[in-house]
Design a protein around this ligand. Structure first.
Ligand SMILES: Nc1ncnc2c1ncn2[C@@H]1O[C@H](COP(=O)(O)OP(=O)(O)OP(=O)(O)O)[C@@H](O)[C@H]1O
Ligand SMILES: [Mg+2]
Length: 290
């Protein structure tokens, strides 16, 4: 096993070290929406096998509005939204017609970057101020989205043909919270602030819908090996797709790992399942796993 690092040292190391397969966890450099595609693109150019999704799926997955647009065309329910690309567009108030409250988030981020307890807006003035702030701070478009006030659900998927659902996990605030947001503040202090329930104790119908939507989005983007998808369940009892993470975190604190352990996997079992799924598409790797 050799660590390849990131950025320029990755380029040096990958040329120097003969590797059978790369276990990719690289989020890429810069704030480009295609940053997660950087490492897989290099590996494809060099003909080196790697785990996880290809550059296209990773690039699309980081662009939330584009992913939602694609998902919606395939019948996946997603909250109403609009995109504000620049401060000039703020005066057009493209959020007119959306149902308040609205949540304001950067269009190309993950790990709740830019999503805070204060991300909700109850009036046009608030939307404008918060969107302006994100445009300035993150130098990328802003997504203004209808806030679905209901259960927070995340879904882990592993494998291919067909990918299987590891679990559907509900994230519950420990203290009763009006307008719960699984924000940066909450993710940092998850040990004290939330409980994780997996399998989620939700109605059979909505669980089924979440599973169908997850499979659709996974396939639509051409995801591979693993992914994690976020949903909210609305007051109407229906599932609303928020986003997919084709390169979900694998740290011990990450939702996919927490969920896998809760349904009886081991950490090693999860990593091996991802690796085995990847190895299956490279004949040259057959029989070479330890
Ligand atoms: N439309 C919405 N309705 C309700 N809650 C929302 C909505 N959009 C975002 N949230 C809340 O904000 C959290 C983070 O949003 P989102 O999943 O889009 O961001 P992220 O930074 O990409 O997350 P991750 O850490 O999973 O990469 C959600 O898990 C949810 O709690
Ligand atoms: Mg998320």
């Amino acid at each position: 096993m050799v660590r390849l690092g990131g950025g320029v040292s990755f380029l040096d190391n990958v040329r120097r070290s003969p590797v059978d397969i790369v276990f990719n966890i690289a989020e890429g450099r810069g704030s480009y929406r295609s940053r997660e595609a950087q490492v897989p693109a290099v590996l494809e150019m060099l003909g080196i096998p790697y785990t996880g999704s290809d550059p296209l799926a990773l690039a699309i997955g980081l662009d939330k509005p584009l992913t939602k647009r694609l998902a919606a065309t395939d019948g996946v329910r997603t909250p109403g939204w609009c995109v504000v690309g620049s401060t000039v567009e703020l005066s057009e108030e493209p959020w007119q017609g959306l149902k308040f409250p609205l949540i304001i988030k950067p269009a190309y981020e993950g790990s709740s970057k830019g999503i805070r307890l204060t991300s909700l807006a109850g009036s046009a003035r608030e939307v404008e101020a918060k969107a302006r702030r994100i445009l300035e701070d993150y130098r990328q478009p802003v997504m203004v989205e209808e806030f679905i006030d209901g259960d927070e659900v995340t879904v882990g998927m592993v494998g291919n043909a067909p990918p299987r659902v590891v679990g559907i996990m509900r994230v519950l605030p420990r203290k009763p919270t009006e307008h719960f947001i699984y924000s940066l503040e909450v993710k940092k202090d998850y040990v004290n602030l939330v409980d994780y329930e997996c399998p989620a104790q939700l109605a059979e119908g909505v669980l089924r819908e979440i599973e169908v939507f997850s499979l659709k989005v996974f396939r639509l983007l051409g995801c591979r090996d693993f992914s994690r998808l976020d949903f909210r369940v609305g007051p109407d009892g229906r599932a609303y797709f928020l986003e997919i993470n084709p390169l979900p975190g694998l740290g011990s604190y990450s939702d996919l790992v927490i969920m896998a352990l809760k349904v009886g996997w081991t950490y090693e079992g999860l990593i091996n399942a991802v690796l085995e799924a990847a190895v299956g598409r490279y004949p040259q790797c057959a029989g070479r796993l330890p």
